[in-house]
Design a protein around this ligand. Structure first.
Ligand code: DAH
Length: 339
């Protein structure tokens, strides 16, 4: 046995030991570099092959090839062992899995509907306006020609604060605030929250939403009011909806009307939603009372106009067939996410 074969045998034993102990792929790579790499042991031995006597060359060559293969095999085995362990341990991220979209919220159905109402009226030239929810008695009642003994001013109906202000019971005070701060003509639509001391049930809440309309100009007539309400009804419920006006009383309009839509559920034939009448009461309206115009400094001989109010929850219930308006405020996502 010559020196080269001795060196090969020693190197194989050493490399096999190191491969068996290798703790990482990096350890294996270092073994490859040390023995088989370009500046490693085996290329060096191969360069020394020229000094081997001819009769020993065959055996030396064989030992050389066998040694190289043995080291390669030791490394391959160790590599397999390392990877097998790894795939068992590894329970982490599968980057090929498609991601899960985070759930996002959306606007409340009442807010959506209020926006839709404003959009319809804005197509008719109405400008969106807002007023305060904390109102004074003057704007909510007196300026709207509502006398001090009117039942709606009762403590049982309106929320009074200890400082004398109230939670507004209607959006009508926005009419007053807009007229006080703008010269006529005015044409506004004012959505907002209102408050009443009602006992909550399927069709009443202590706070709900209205949208108020007001148009003041020269020579405004009840026919103008009717055409706007008719346009709104069609945009909201489709082209077959009819409207009708019935005489009524509100302190701030003269004449006053209540207006109905033909039942959007049965189309006017009669059902339990319209209580077999074929009509659904929507809200109040009328020609602005001259006293209201005087209260804001408009000359009733020059200016006239109409006003109307709509209950947004009522529209939502009709549009989406919601049987109980409390569903809108229970904050059950299973209900809300339908909209
Ligand atoms: N403010 C009234 C209410 O809450 C609704 C209403 C009636 C508004 C007639 C108006 C109107 O603008 O002209 O019941």
């Amino acid at each position: 046995m010559n020196k080269i074969i001795e060196a090969i045998n020693e190197a194989v034993g050493e490399a096999q030991r190191r491969a068996a102990d290798a703790a990482s792929v990096a350890d294996l790579e270092q073994i490859r570099i040390d023995y088989l790499g370009r500046n490693g042991l085996f290329p060096e031995l191969s360069r020394q092959m020229g000094s081997v006597p001819p009769e020993e060359r065959k055996d030396t060559g064989r030992a050389f090839n066998a040694g190289r293969e043995a080291i390669q095999k030791a490394m391959d085995d160790a590599d397999k062992k390392l990877n097998a362990g790894k795939s068992k341990e590894f329970t982490g991220i599968d980057v090929t899995l498609p991601g899960r979209a985070p759930r996002t919220g959306h606007r409340h159905p009442i807010s959506q509907l209020a926006d839709e109402c404003v959009a319809i009226f804005s197509r008719l030239g109405f400008t969106a306006m807002e007023g305060p929810e904390l109102e004074d008695i003057y704007h909510n009642f007196d300026a709207l020609n509502t006398p001090a003994d009117h039942p709606s001013r009762d403590m049982q109906d309106t929320f009074y604060l200890t400082d004398g202000r109230i939670l507004r019971s209607q959006t009508s005070p926005v009419q007053i605030r807009v007229m006080e701060s703008h010269e006529p003509p005015v044409r506004i639509a004012a959505p907002g929250r209102v408050f009443r001391r009602d006992t909550p049930d399927a069709t009443h809440g202590m706070n709900f939403h209205q949208i108020e309309g007001l148009y003041i100009d020269r020579n405004v007539s009840l026919a103008d009011l009717k055409s706007v309400l008719q346009y709104f009804a069609r945009e909201m419920f489709g082209k077959d909806v009819k409207i009708r006006l019935r005489p009524h009383f509100f302190p701030f309009t003269e004449p006053s009307v209540e207006y109905d839509f033909s039942c959007v559920v049965c189309g006017g034939k009669g059902c339990n939603v319209c209580k077999n009448s074929g009509w659904i009461e929507i809200a109040g309206a009328g020609m602005v009372d001259p006293n209201v115009l005087k209260n804001v400094g408009y000359d009733p001989e020059v200016w006239s106009g109409y006003a109307f109010g709509l209950g947004i929850e009522r529209l939502a219930m009709l549009r989406n067939h919601i049987p109980d308006l409390r569903l809108l405020y229970d904050n059950d996502v299973r209900f809300l996410q339908q909209f």
